[in-house]
Write a protein that binds this ligand. Structure first.
Ligand code: CP
Ligand code: NVA
Length: 302
């Protein structure tokens, strides 16, 4: 049976722990300059319907380092952009490649691709979820604090794909998540309710200071995600009180890891002073995408 990587919810805590351990092993190995090429002769197709810097480069470099090959397919330059169905694309790509990564809008497209593919499908971001990001964020927290279980994370900003994946991540890894977002911009209700039913320690409020109390991590993301460009002006206004700035950081009153999945809109959801400041780990966080995705690729394709 093939496995996909579509949501952190689909993985057991043991499997996620294995991925984190493997990522650590892969990172240490690459630091020592030792190669590890378990995916020789294997190909990953990467379908992008939205732009990307980190996801594209880390998957492509990761495949290369593991001995395999990655193909970049923009939907505009393939027949997908001319109306070939996801199902047919899945069936055809499955005959050529060993796994498919997709970044798209509707989450149902990722699920459909997985349903019709005979090879593993990886969610490289949908409007609903960004699981590769959050697994790698948990890795960064583990690396910096030496633990993740019980760590209190304050997520301040939009209840978007990253926030939704954080809910799943907190549920599976036993982390405490406090989300602060404006009313009307809460995370996905079904994902939240399911997590709460299953015992997740997650709260949602509209008060960033409340979320920050006792937190060891302060996380934020853009106010207008890809596909929401037309709402930008309205969102800039609504989200203003949720900016991660020096004042908010001082309210934390203790050392805190400042995280952002990037790209950042400096001066909007986060100030230069904070993202370039001593608590920020955003570039280590970006680097870790590579190591964690190599673990995911190895898990799915080996
Ligand atoms: N964080 C992240 O996924 O970045 P990209 O959009 O550059 O891939
Ligand atoms: N929430 C952002 C994440 C970008 C990596 C978006 O979907 O655009």
């Amino acid at each position: 049976m093939k496995r996909d990587f579509i949501s952190l919810y689909d993985y057991t805590p043991e499997e996620l722990r294995w991925l984190l351990e493997r990522a650590k092993w892969l990172k240490e190995r690459s630091r020592r300059g030792e190669s590890w090429r378990p995916l020789e002769g294997k190909t990953l197709a990467m379908i992008f319907e939205k732009p990307s810097t980190r996801t594209r480069v880390s998957f492509e470099v990761g495949m290369f380092q593991l001995g395999g090959h990655a193909l970049y397919l923009s939907s505009q330059e393939t027949q997908l952009g001319r109306g070939e169905t996801i199902a047919d694309t899945a069936r055809v790509l499955s005959r050529y490649v060993d796994a498919i990564m997709i970044r798209t809008f509707e989450h149902t497209k990722v699920e459909e691709l997985a349903r019709f593919s005979s090879v593993p499908v990886i969610n490289g971001l949908s409007d609903l979820l960004h699981p590769c990001q959050v697994l790698s964020d948990i890795f960064t927290i583990w690396e910096k604090l030496g633990r993740y279980e019980g760590v209190r994370v304050a997520y301040v900003g939009d209840g978007n794909n990253v926030a939704n994946s954080w809910i799943n991540g907190a549920l599976r890894m036993g982390m405490e998540l406090r989300i602060a977002c404006p009313r009307g911009y809460e995370p996905n209700g079904e994902i939240l309710e399911r997590a709460l039913r299953e015992g997740a320690r997650v709260t949602v409020s509209s008060d960033p200071r409340e979320a920050l109390r006792g937190a060891e991590v302060l996380y934020t993301d853009v106010w207008a995600s890809m596909g929401q460009e037309s709402e930008r002006e309205e969102r800039l206004r609504v989200f203003r009180p949720y900016q991660v700035n020096q004042e908010l950081l001082e309210f934390a009153g203790q050392e805190i890891l400042v995280m952002h999945c990037l790209p950042a809109h400096r001066g909007e959801e986060i100030t230069d002073e904070v993202i370039d400041g001593p608590y920020s780990v955003v570039f280590d966080q970006a680097e870790n995408r590579l190591h964690v995705q190599k673990a995911i690729l190895e898990f799915l394709m080996r």
